[in-house]
Design a protein around this ligand. Structure first.
Ligand SMILES: *[C@@H]1O[C@H](CO)[C@@H](O)[C@H](O)[C@H]1NC(C)=O
Ligand SMILES: *[C@@H]1O[C@H](CO)[C@@H](O)[C@H](O)[C@H]1NC(C)=O
Length: 374
């Protein structure tokens, strides 16, 4: 049947599937801390060489009793696992019997609980040891014996960060100061050792702002802000946290959750937002010659929210919608158009077969139910 020139009203179901409900990310936090060791062998087997990402530069103590290597993460983490990379070139059995300890006592290795004991690691290999969320600021590797050497080529410390809605989302800021890029607000790194590669900053400007697009609407319970440790903590004073769905004025007209009075250097402050609904979370400092600079923004809440919307749609087509194959093909074409426009997690279905009578009516569009499952 040739339906050329007819306008057809379609009813279809829009469903959002495969939406991450709980963002969970495992991150190696080892390089965010500083390392030292009980003694230094020779001139260049530094403790930091276990954190440089190069498996052929290694740490090395002298021959001694109870040699140790210590990592100060600068704050307490719940450690999921620790990895150790052994020397590739020689003496691989020296690592045998090494203990991995996690705790808060920097001055005494043995006051910290043991996560695991290394039995053996082949030359150049990396082995992983589960620590099941042991909490501590320090990670020690030590060998509790006399006349031993401790050599480590890489150490990884993996932490799981659950539930942060900002994880992996699109972030934007009004301007960027040097290398202090906007993504560094959501990298989990509090920037205690290298702020310029872990924190973000705008230039000095009027009303500087930062925004995360959560991609979907969430009910935001709280926002956690980590201020800089290295300098100028007062720059955050007066910053507003705004949450909503509008991009008017770059999202800075959305309702206010709170105005930050101050946050001490290096501290993470939690702001309760009482389940404000929104897709965008903004920070803005009203005023002239202001910098917006900080190290971490975390967003917690529930969602994505289920939304029911009604949509009317007219389609100009020569296809016969009485043919089931055509209906399937039409939906798949609509789907591709949505994907091209960035809606990759939408699934379309017919809620009811289109009726020919409805199609022939010129100005009597059928009601179309659109359900966005978010
Ligand atoms: C280290 O300190 C944190 C927070 O103060 C605490 O929760 C954790 O249990 C401590 N770890 C150990 C091994 O005592
Ligand atoms: C991220 O946001 C920017 C600015 O709003 C936009 O141009 C870009 O397309 C977005 N990217 C993604 C992957 O959504």
């Amino acid at each position: 049947m040739n339906m050329s020139g007819f306008y057809k009203s379609l009813c279809f179901l829009l469903g959002f599937f495969s939406v991450q409900t709980q963002a969970e990310k495992e991150v190696n936090v080892a390089t965010w801390g500083t390392a030292d060791q009980s003694t230094l062998y020779g001139n260049y087997w530094y403790a930091q060489y276990a954190l440089d990402g190069l498996s052929y530069t290694c740490t090395h103590t002298e021959w001694q009793t109870d040699p140790w290597w210590r990592l100060d993460l600068m704050k307490t983490y719940s450690v999921n696992r620790v990895t150790i990379t052994n020397r590739p070139d020689c003496c691989e059995s020296r690592i045998n019997g090494a203990e991995i300890r996690i705790g808060n006592v920097s001055s005494n290795v043995y006051s910290n609980p043991v996560c695991a004991v290394v039995s053996t690691i082949p030359a150049g290999a990396t082995y992983s040891y589960s620590c099941h969320g042991m909490e501590g600021r320090y990670v020690f590797v030590s060998i509790p014996e006399t006349s031993m050497v401790l050599t480590l080529c890489e150490v990884g410390v993996y932490v799981i960060f659950p539930g942060n809605l900002a994880t992996g989302r699109n972030v934007t800021q009004s301007s960027t100061f040097g290398s202090w890029i906007t993504e560094q607000a959501i990298d989990f790194n509090p920037g205690f050792t290298q702020p310029s590669s872990a924190c973000f900053s705008t230039d000095s400007q009027t009303n500087p702002w930062w925004r995360v697009d959560l991609s979907y609407i969430y009910r935001v319970s709280s926002v956690v802000i980590t201020n800089r440790l290295d300098c100028c903590p007062e720059r955050i004073n007066g910053a507003e946290i705004r949450i909503g769905n509008s991009l008017e004025n770059n999202g800075n007209n959305n309702p206010i959750c709170t105005v930050i009075s101050s946050i001490p250097a290096g501290v993470s402050s939690t702001y309760i937002c009482n389940d404000m609904e929104g897709r965008y979370v903004n920070l803005i400092i009203p005023g002239d010659s202001r910098f917006l600079t900080l190290c971490e923004v975390e967003v917690y809440g529930e969602g994505p929210l289920l939304k029911r919307t009604f949509l009317k749609m007219k389609l100009k087509s020569s296809w016969s919608l009485s043919d089931p194959a055509v209906r399937v093909q039409l939906l798949s074409q609509l789907q591709s158009v949505l994907v091209e426009r960035g809606f990759s997690d939408v699934t379309l279905q017919w809620t009811q077969p289109p009726e020919q009578e409805v199609m022939r009516k010129e100005a009597a569009p059928a009601k179309c139910a659109v359900r966005k499952r978010r």
